[in-house]
Design a protein around this ligand. Structure first.
Ligand SMILES: NC(=O)c1ccc[n+]([C@@H]2O[C@H](COP(=O)([O-])OP(=O)(O)OC[C@H]3O[C@@H](n4cnc5c(N)ncnc54)[C@H](OP(=O)(O)O)[C@@H]3O)[C@@H](O)[C@H]2O)c1
Length: 346
């Protein structure tokens, strides 16, 4: 149990909110950077946050634009650790003209800006940064079954663009942020170290979502669309991880026994394999976990999705952090269970 002060960004998102909850439960004092007071109010009024009864450990700081130089200077003052999660994700609506400004610039300037701000303190000892599987492999391999195992240390060259689709531009945002961070750390040799966490597709209950239709967004939509009877628009890499495991890893990574300047993959594999997730299995999982909802037609359960095999080595994470990744069945139970819970309330 640590009462160190942690600055967390991205707490108004799927992963960030869960990470905030785990950090508070672990005893940390948290300063949460949000874009506006109304964003802070969303957290403060959330039933799960209120039930936790840890509001005395939490304060907010408003950082309206993370791309501005010195944006985090105030936020990092007296902080012991940082968890930097805030970064835009692909939402299916970004036009090619917006790729740079909406996706790439905030990911890169937000991350490097955080390092620059932390350098001005003598208190920050560790910065945990949310990277991604897409930061480690070329976009073409990500969609095309590379013939190698992706390990925590795997890196790819920063792509120059132009980008033909939003996923490529999003991947470029994460590749660039990772590569620029490693370059910055090598040049600056700061007093703090960095831990990169690389999730695959994050699946699991999002307690900030209060309407059933809004569960079908982001990466949770991938298995949910299938059980709701919609075919996936394109083949999808067969990799997923429970949101709780990703959030837990971010908080455990603050511990000084976890080595710094390292990368950790968070992604589920069936025991003893690199087989990842077969998305289509969601239909069998809901038949066994939610038979009544299937029988009533609430889950038509006839969507189709093709999984592209991609071998992602999570072993170092399980050894270092001491947990086993939750299975795809647990991920589907979490997100479909939340969807049905909200549907029943509407
Ligand atoms: N979802 C996945 O499967 C997945 C997989 C690998 C890695 N990741 C990484 O995990 C992190 C969180 O993703 P998520 O799935 O939780 O996404 P999310 O639900 O969209 O949350 C994103 C968070 O980042 C903040 N943010 C986004 N753009 C911002 C900007 N320009 N300025 C300031 N804040 C900004 C959002 O704040 P507002 O509420 O103010 O918009 C929100 O708090 C990201 O770094 C993402 O790249 C996600």
């Amino acid at each position: 149990m640590s009462s160190d002060l942690v600055l967390i960004t991205g707490v108004t998102g799927h992963l960030g909110f869960r990470t905030l909850i785990f950090a508070l439960q672990a005893g940390y004092r948290v300063r949460a950077a949000v874009r506006s007071q109304s964003k802070a109010n969303t957290i403060l009024s959330n039933p799960m946050f209120k039930a936790l009864n840890r509001s005395s450990q939490l304060s907010f700081i408003i950082v309206p634009d993370l791309t501005v130089a010195g944006a985090y200077d105030e936020a990092v003052k007296a902080v012991n650790h940082v968890i930097h999660i805030a970064s835009p994700i692909a939402n299916g609506q970004t036009t090619p003209e917006e790729f740079q400004e909406r996706l790439i610039t905030p990911a890169v300037k937000g991350t490097i800006g955080m390092l620059e701000s932390a350098l001005k303190t003598d208190t920050v000892s560790r910065i945990v940064i949310t990277s991604s599987v897409v930061a480690q492999v070329p976009a073409a391999d990500f969609m095309g079954k590379p013939d190698y195992v992706v390990e925590a240390s795997t890196r790819t060259a920063t792509p120059a663009g132009p980008f033909t689709n939003e996923l490529e531009a999003y991947a470029a945002s994460k590749v660039t942020a990772l590569n620029e961070t490693e370059k910055w750390m090598a040049t600056q040799q700061p007093q703090f170290n960095v831990v990169h966490i690389h999730p695959s597709y994050i699946i699991g209950r999002d307690d900030l979502v209060t309407k059933s239709q809004n569960v079908i967004t982001g990466t949770n939509a991938v298995p949910l669309r299938v059980v709701l009877g919609n075919d996936a628009p394109y083949p999808t890499p067969g990799l997923s991880v429970h949101n709780d495991d990703v959030a837990r890893a971010h908080v455990l990574a603050l511990d000084s026994t976890v080595p710094g300047n390292e990368s950790f993959i968070v992604s589920y594999n069936p025991e003893g394999t690199f087989d990842g997730t077969t998305w289509q299995d969601a239909t069998e999982i809901v038949v066994s976990e939610f038979p009544e909802a299937v029988a009533k037609g609430l889950l038509p359960n006839n969507g189709k999705i093709q999984s592209i095999p991609l071998r992602y080595d999570n072993r170092k994470t399980e050894e270092t952090f001491g947990f086993k990744h939750q299975s795809y069945a647990e991920q589907v139970k979490s997100v479909v269970g939340h969807y049905l819970e909200l549907l029943a309330q509407e």
